[in-house]
Design a protein around this ligand. Structure first.
Ligand SMILES: NC(=O)c1ccc[n+]([C@@H]2O[C@H](COP(=O)([O-])OP(=O)(O)OC[C@H]3O[C@@H](n4cnc5c(N)ncnc54)[C@H](OP(=O)(O)O)[C@@H]3O)[C@@H](O)[C@H]2O)c1
Length: 244
């Protein structure tokens, strides 16, 4: 196991059961942090924990449903009582939707806003309280290219991801003086369940990014932590997509 730059750090990754969250969790554990794996599916979280065990990494599982405020509060209560600190938070869990904004029901809108935005805001607030105790912390929000551009037939997803960008900027400026860094990653298409279930037929799935590309981007941001350099946001696309 590496004793990389995250040794002795506690890192919480949401949506750790599959896709990007799984890859980020393994990469962050490989860099030496103890990783708190968060999602709803316990069996899948257990598989990720076993993969981390095989690398001699350290992780714990806490189940939480990010559509429920009580679950998010219970999660952070547990983190506080078990570890007494939090160094890294990666807000990665999210849900996608299809169809035009005209077709989005208010129930679907509320559900998406709860998972993708409202409880990400709560998660940041609860994390900041713990990070301030140590006068240090790093929050990385997995937004999307849909957080800076509008695409057809993404329902309320783009709206929620634009919110994540606003939230990232507000936390970043308010917490800078407390030595807490807040950054966003805006990926384009990545080969995960979310992408595969999107119904997109215009994309060659052999040419899109893989979850490890985003995990490496998270590690890059974290590698700057103790330096004088700061990166606010990273837009990362598949190499065959038109630049800029
Ligand atoms: N894939 C892409 O092309 C793409 C592009 C840009 C941005 N993104 C963003 O990247 C992040 C990761 O996406 P992905 O592609 O890896 O998605 P994914 O394969 O669908 O995985 C989503 C993760 O979020 C968790 N999750 C979903 N609803 C949840 C809830 N209510 N409570 C707790 N956890 C929940 C899932 O775990 P459980 O089901 O076990 O709860 C799973 O671990 C998301 O923020 C997504 O918006 C994705």
């Amino acid at each position: 196991m590496s004793t990389g730059n995250l040794k002795d750090k506690i890192a919480l990754i949401t949506g750790a059961s599959r896709g990007m969250g799984k890859a980020i969790s393994i990469a962050v554990a490989r860099s030496g942090a103890r990783v708190i794996l968060v999602a709803r599916n316990k069996e899948k979280l257990q598989q990720v924990k076993e993969e981390i065990n095989q690398l001699n990494g350290e992780s714990d599982i806490i189940r939480a449903d990010f559509s429920k405020e009580d679950d998010v509060n219970r999660l952070f209560d547990l983190v506080e009582s078990r570890y007494g600190r939090l160094d890294v938070l990666v807000n990665n869990a999210a849900v996608a939707s299809k169809g035009s904004v005209e077709d989005v029901s208010m129930d679907e809108f509320d559900y998406m806003m709860n998972v993708n935005l409202r409880n990400v805001f709560l998660s940041c607030k609860r994390a900041v309280k713990l990070m301030k105790k140590n006068k240090s912390g790093y929050i990385i929000n997995i937004s999307s290219v849909s957080g800076i551009k509008a695409y057809e037939k993404q329902g309320a997803y783009g709206i929620s991801k634009h919110g994540v960008m606003g939230l990232t900027k507000s936390f970043a400026v308010d917490l800078q003086s407390k030595n807490i860094r807040v950054s966003a990653i805006m990926p384009g298409s990545v080969n995960t369940d979310m992408m595969r279930n999107s119904g997109r037929t215009d994309i060659d799935f052999t040419k899109v990014m893989v979850p490890e590309d985003i995990a490496n981007t998270v590690l890059y941001l974290l590698s700057l932590w103790e330096t004088n350099a700061a990166v606010d946001e990273i837009y990362i696309r598949r190499k065959t997509k038109k630049p800029f």
